[in-house]
Design a protein around this ligand. Structure first.
Ligand code: PLP
Length: 458
């Protein structure tokens, strides 16, 4: 007898698809979770189950799921030209419009925009710009890059080295030697009894300075950080004074500041940029995801005049700026991104997020009384819920307990998708979420926490 499931879409997935960040062997048994369609903040799977997407599907779907207006813009751009590149001085109007617009809303004065296709490509290109800059300044030894533990900056060969998560390095023999890591500024977990946030931030800055001095300031090219630490740390805002103190150290040793705004950019944190929310003054900004409401794969690198002047110096010495990707500046992706930014303006996105922030963070803060929850912190529509074994000592569960995964699994049963790390769950819903939907989200999260607490005998 033939197996009726053999040709199911699930079986076909198992037979054909290798999934990123998925346990390959387990997937052979569990199969995929296939989403068929989406509207507003909800997605529906192929069994007809509806989920509130509390993580905007990889921090992406700022405008929710499905969008007629953006579909029409993509259709028109495809009909008009479909594809053209930006190599060797070629251009297209959609790319030009988008770059102009990005410069007009940049968090600090920026000089030029390099369009790319993904967050990883943007960070990878920014890294090459850092090295290109220091070579132009005749300081080629300034090659080392410092990022933070538990940070995620991408998956390419270079950006996985920027990423400060050892388990992402092991199987690939990474990271390469020019990459250094300083502490993730996790005040709740790592502060010493009696230490204030400001004092903790001072300690973080002192640790950074000690690392720089140990390695030699003349060997450090840039410091890399997402203003609110996303993927690896689980939506972790910096402690008070953190970036002021960190940037004072960077300025002292002439080290570039790169802000990875791949998650934080475009209203997520209650300002247009996470850099504005967290007091970051970057030399280079990378952004993606909400740039096009994730309806097209597009990213951008914004660089200041100092970096661009270095590119000019190298033009005189070396000729062309020899870097680029075929689909960078793609007219369809650029047109969709520009329309997305127009929609943000029309909906007064930043003010909308500011108005929802107290509702969102207020409702989540009520979870602090839950036996599993040690802390809740966030900005704008981005927050993390810290899961602890013992609130008094702030101690974590043993690694095999995986409380984040458990809450994630229970939340799905209650119709909610979250983003889990080991001991924290992150919530970052589409920015079109309403007040009443926020309360539904938090009620489902509470139900999932109750289930896990009961499971663990708390
Ligand atoms: C902060 C940050 N930087 C970079 C990236 C990499 O982006 P992409 O997956 O588009 O390459 C991500 C992805 O989640 C991210 O969260």
């Amino acid at each position: 007898m033939t197996n009726p499931l053999a040709n199911s879409i699930h079986a076909r997935d198992i037979a054909a698809v290798l999934h990123p960040y998925t346990h390959a062997r387990r997937h052979l048994e569990t199969g995929p979770h296939i989403m068929e369609r989406g509207r507003g903040i909800e997605v529906v799977d192929d069994a007809g189950n509806t989920f509130l997407e509390g993580a905007s599907a990889l921090w992406c779907a700022s405008l929710g799921f499905g969008n007629e207006r953006l579909a029409r813009v993509a259709y028109e751009a495809m009909r008009q030209i479909g594809y053209y590149h930006v190599f060797r001085g070629a251009s297209n109007e959609h790319a030009i419009n988008l770059c102009e617009h990005l410069l007009s809303i940049a968090p600090v004065p920026m000089s030029k925009v390099l369009l790319q296709c993904s967050g990883s490509e943007a960070n990878d290109s920014a890294l090459k710009l850092v090295w290109y800059h220091w070579n132009a300044q005749d300081r080629p030894e300034k090659r080392k890059i410092i990022s933070r533990r538990d940070s995620y900056h991408g998956s390419t060969v270079a950006t996985i080295c920027l990423t400060g998560i050892p388990s992402f390095h092991t199987g690939f023999g990474m990271p390469y030697s020019d990459f250094l890591y300083t502490s993730c500024p996790h005040y709740y977990r790592d502060h010493i009894e009696g230490e204030t946030e400001e004092q903790f931030s001072t300690r973080m800055a002192e640790e950074l300075e000690a690392l720089i001095l140990r390695e030699g300031p003349d060997t450090i090219g840039a410091f890399w950080a997402d203003p609110i630490q996303g993927g690896g740390a689980g939506a972790l805002p910096p402690p008070a004074g953190y970036f002021d103190k960190i940037q004072a150290v960077l300025r002292k040793y002439d080290i570039l500041m790169v802000a990875d705004e791949v998650i934080c950019g475009f209203g997520r944190t209650g300002q247009m940029w996470g850099s504005q929310t967290c007091g970051v003054e970057p030399d280079i900004v990378t952004c993606a995801k909400a740039l096009s409401a994730a309806m097209q794969p597009i990213s951008a690198v914004l660089m200041n005049e100092r970096i661009f002047q270095s590119i000019l110096v190298q033009s005189d010495r070396l000729g062309s700026f020899v870097h680029g990707f075929t689909y960078a500046g793609h007219p369809v992706a650029s047109a969709v991104a520009l329309e997305t930014l127009r929609i943000y303006e029309e909906m007064d996105l930043v003010r909308r997020v500011q108005a929802l922030e107290p509702v969102f963070l207020g409702a989540l803060a009520e979870l602090k009384s839950h036996p599993l929850v040690g802390d809740v912190s966030g900005r704008g529509l981005m927050a993390g819920v810290e899961l602890v074994r013992d609130k008094a000592t702030r101690s974590s569960f043993a690694p095999d307990v995986k409380p984040g995964e458990r809450v994630d699994a229970q939340a799905r049963r209650h119709g909610l998708i979250l983003r889990a790390t080991a001991n924290r769950v992150a919530i970052a819903p589409p920015l079109v979420i309403t007040e009443s939907e926020i309360h539904v989200l938090v009620a489902r999260l509470r139900a999932a926490l109750d289930d896990v607490a009961a499971d663990l005998g708390l």
